[in-house]
Write a new protein. Structure first.
Lengths: 447, 415
């Protein structure tokens, strides 16, 4: 074969061409600015990176609705929503720092690669100063890492894995949503009251970062109240048929099934568990029960009647009666005609929090924003008094324990609030073993 | 003019390709900033890098599919292997891509040898299914990190993707070394020149030129393979493998070699992906990615040299540019229309942009397959002939499926 026997002369020629190509970048030097994508014109661009296709597309669509609402409010259009009830009064409804808020949207496809590509194009092409979104912990962790490297702020959307502000935490990333540990801590006392302390739990767990941390958290919390863990079975994220996983539950001696599933996975596994008649069984002299640690309104809608009486936790609910919630639900309802999900609420709050931090810092420089958000105490966005903890950039606030409602009036009424777990009960030390191993690092303002 | 052992026509071809590749940052930025058309500019580093990388991926795939006709549905597996190899070198040694890239090529070559050895015992649809099965197997293994769980450490880090953490060994890491991928100090992420001419903003990125140079080398290598006796043998396999076997030629070593070479190309592309962005996710091994490279090759023109590169650019352009057009942007474009008409047009276009970019791509793919069976390259050829006024009957209609005129290979003795 000719191609692998180059002559000396040809090798030199090829080498020279390649060398010239490689040396070329050395010739020029770039211009410098204070930080990545410093806005110079009359507008500032935010990047809304949400799943528009894939398993979490419903959540993504709801997030996008809330982002558009937040942009309206920031620019002084609409009724101002929760900006009126927000404890910080830095926002004036004239954009951020006097610049009109513009935005770009992208599709993460619920894939880390696509999400990073989309975020990169927002940063490099559209000059986005902040990226927000994500409806999966894998995606959120991946984009957060990218934003840290690129030197822009990442305001995480729906991501519930402990790792986002634990093992994979980054200085440029902030999470308003609650996490798996908090779900466990909030659920355990309620489960103890409802089902007693002598229970045997069987776990089905989505096989990825969120599922693992969710399972570990709920296992630790339930074992804390005296439950035993019979088994933990990992199910592939892409599964749609869980019958082969559910059949063994019946013979395992367990009397509680914990479904560490989310989205379409949870809808399918719960429906199949109910069809298998699990909830009509008596095991060890007790009624068999099902627990879903992380709920969402959209999942409840999908599972229909099957969720009646099932316990779970959420970050927020449109049924809360505080001023911030009422203001947000009212403007969301006016614009779209139905109440927002808790994914929508968290991204709405994140957008306002970012804008507010920029106003207070007086700059879009990521390091200024980080300083303004770290240790920031606020209220009036719907979750009661909230702290953005400096040590890991996680928000601490009340967590809701929800239960599937009997005789729901309509599809948005499927969940009812059982308990508002106070913030103190879900707090933990930044170096808690479930969150250990990460390093926030330094804020990065980029080039 | 003849360069690098090519004949005159190919030399000119190669020079044109080199020019187009090096001028990409300017060519893809035809619209001034701030204008309504700026949306369609594609001259930003990430997308240009992807053009070059997926170009390499498609060039490699074309060596297998275009020349031998063996349709592999599992090439994304090599893409993933390449990425994991590079990120592991970041974690163990340091951020210099010089360690990872050769390893990516070697490892994917070895895996391709294994998969090819088994899969190539069958041809046609059975071969496709076998490669698909292997790739899907590897996707599931990396998505759940089964190897890692087996040996008790992280290998692929599952769905989160393999990343570099502060507590990784990185034994070669120097004190002043950049903390992101670089090539002997040339940081991939940085731009070496960002000139502004009036309203036109151009970005010359280190990473892109790194990929571009490798892409040119990859293209040159593929050109040489196409023109070599080995390439001729591969074409013979595509034309009629049975007849070739009857004449006493043992064809499997040739197909296996083609499979391994294209696997190595894919590994290189995967490695470059991780060289531009230090994260390796399992999603890039999914069967949809394998399908995408098939689409790229067919869309551009299977069996042609330039086709796969064009196809790769085309698909990546749609994925990155069309998916970002939202209703808000559409309203801006059609704001000059009467309100009712504007809403109607936006309502219709809504299904073709944003999340509907797959639909647009699908329609275009159908049009290309139906009206231009030879892909975009055939379209280009037809336009060229139309301009020159050459009678199309001069050449056979299906030039891509005929052996090229390759007499000069035999004439030249020295290689």
């Amino acid at each position: 074969m000719s191609i692998i026997h180059p002559t000396r002369r040809r090798l030199l020629q090829t080498g020279a061409v390649a060398g010239a190509g490689l040396a070329m970048p050395m010739v020029f030097t770039g211009a410098a600015s204070a930080y990545t994508n410093e806005p110079t014109g009359g507008t500032v661009t935010l990047g809304f990176n949400v799943p528009q296709t894939g398993p979490y597309a419903e959540e993504g669509a709801d997030e996008l609705r809330a982002y558009l609402l937040a942009v309206e409010h920031l620019n002084g259009e609409g009724d101002g929503g929760a900006m009126n009830t927000f404890s910080s009064k830095a926002l004036k409804g004239n954009g951020i720092l006097g610049k009109k808020v513009a935005y770009v949207t992208g599709d993460t496809q619920t894939k880390s690669d696509a999400a990073r590509a989309s975020a990169k194009s927002m940063i490099e092409k559209d000059g986005a100063i902040m990226i927000t979104g994500g409806s999966s912990s894998g995606v959120a962790v991946a984009v957060q890492g990218l934003c840290q490297e690129a030197g822009v702020i990442f305001m995480a959307g729906l991501t519930h894995s402990n790792d986002t502000t634990g093992k994979d935490k980054k200085a440029n990333g902030f999470r308003h949503f609650f996490n798996a540990y908090m779900s466990g801590a909030a659920l355990a006392p309620v489960l103890n009251n409802a089902y007693g302390s002598d229970r045997k739990a069987y776990h089905l767990t989505a096989d990825y970062t969120w599922g693992w941390t969710q399972q570990a958290s709920i296992q630790a919390a339930t074992e804390g109240i005296g439950w035993q863990t019979v088994n933990n079975v990992l199910t592939p994220l892409a599964s749609t048929d869980f019958s082969s996983y559910i059949a063994p539950v019946l013979n395992s001696g367990a009397d509680v099934l914990v479904l560490n599933h989310y989205g379409g996975n949870m809808v399918n596994s719960l429906t199949q568990a109910v069809q298998f008649g699990l909830r009509d069984k008596m095991v060890n002299g007790k009624q068999f029960e099902i627990v879903v640690p992380l709920y969402s309104e959209l999942m409840a809608k999908g599972a229909g009647k099957n969720i009646e009486g099932v316990f779970g936790s959420t970050n927020w609910s449109w049924k809360l009666q505080d001023e911030g919630t009422k203001a947000f639900v009212k403007s969301f309802g006016t614009k779209y005609g139905f109440p927002p999900s808790n994914a929508a609420q968290t991204v709405y709050a994140q957008t306002l929090l970012y804008a507010d931090a920029a106003e207070r810092a007086g700059t879009f420089n990521p390091c200024g924003i980080v300083e303004a958000l770290e240790g920031f105490e606020f209220d009036g966005l719907g979750n009661g008094p909230t702290l953005y903890r400096a040590a890991d950039h996680q928000c601490f606030k009340d967590v809701l324990v929800m239960q599937g409602k009997k005789d729901a009036e309509n599809e948005y009424d499927a969940l009812e609030i059982v308990e508002v777990t106070p913030r103190a009960q879900v707090e933990y030390a930044p170096d808690h073993p479930m969150f250990a191993g990460g390093d926030l690092g330094q804020c990065n303002p980029g080039a | 003019m003849k360069i690098l052992g090519l004949n005159e026509k190919d030399s000119r071809f190669l020079l044109i390709v080199i020019f187009l590749t090096l001028a990409t940052p300017v060519l893809l930025q035809p619209f001034p900033e701030g204008s309504g058309m700026a949306q369609f500019n594609a001259g930003y580093p990430d997308l240009m890098q992807r053009f070059a990388i997926f170009g390499i991926f498609a060039i490699g795939f074309n060596i297998l599919f275009g020349l031998t006709g063996y349709l592999s549905f599992g090439h994304a597996a090599f893409l993933g292997i390449g990425s994991y190899a590079v990120v592991w070198m970041y974690k163990l040694l340091d951020y210099n891509v010089i360690w990872g890239l050769p390893l990516a090529v070697v490892v994917s070559g070895i895996v391709a040898l294994g998969i090819g050895f088994i899969s190539l015992r069958r041809s046609g649809i059975y071969f496709s299914i076998l490669t698909l099965a292997f790739a899907q197997m590897m996707f599931v293994i990396s998505y759940s990190d089964l190897f890692g769980r087996f040996v008790g450490t992280t290998i692929t880090n599952g769905e989160t993707g393999l990343q570099v953490y502060g507590n990784d060994p990185q034994v070669l890491l120097g004190a002043t070394e950049p903390s992101s991928p670089h090539f002997f100090g040339i940081v991939m992420r940085e731009n070496f020149w960002t000139p502004q001419f009036g309203d036109w903003q151009f970005t010359f990125n280190n990473g892109y030129y790194f990929c571009a140079v490798i892409a040119i080398l990859a293209f040159y290598l593929s050109l040489r393979i196409f023109r070599s006796p080995f390439g001729l043998m591969l074409r013979a396999i595509k034309t009629n493998q049975n007849r070739l076997n009857y004449t006493g030629v043992h064809s499997r070593p040739y197909t296996l070699a083609a499979f391994v070479i294209s696997g190595m190309y894919a590994g290189l592309a995967g490695g470059l992906l991780a060289a531009m962005d230090p994260l390796a996710g399992a999603e890039r091994m999914q069967w949809t990615e394998s399908g995408t490279v098939v689409l790229m090759t067919i869309l551009g023109g299977a069996g042609t040299l330039m086709g796969p590169v064009l196809g790769a650019g085309f698909i990546k352009y749609f994925e990155n540019i069309f998916s970002k057009i939202n209703d808000n942007v559409l309203h801006q474009w059609f704001a000059w229309m009467p309100d009712g008409l504007e809403d109607a047009i936006v309502w219709v276009l809504h299904f073709f942009v944003g999340k509907g970019w797959h639909l647009t791509l699908g329609v275009l793919f159908m049009l290309v397959v139906i009206f231009l069976p030879g892909g975009l390259v055939e379209g280009g050829t037809r336009i060229w002939r139309f301009i020159r006024g050459t009678d199309r009957k001069e050449k056979t209609a299906d030039a891509t499926h005929q052996p090229e005129h390759v007499a000069y290979v035999a004439e030249k003795e020295e290689f």
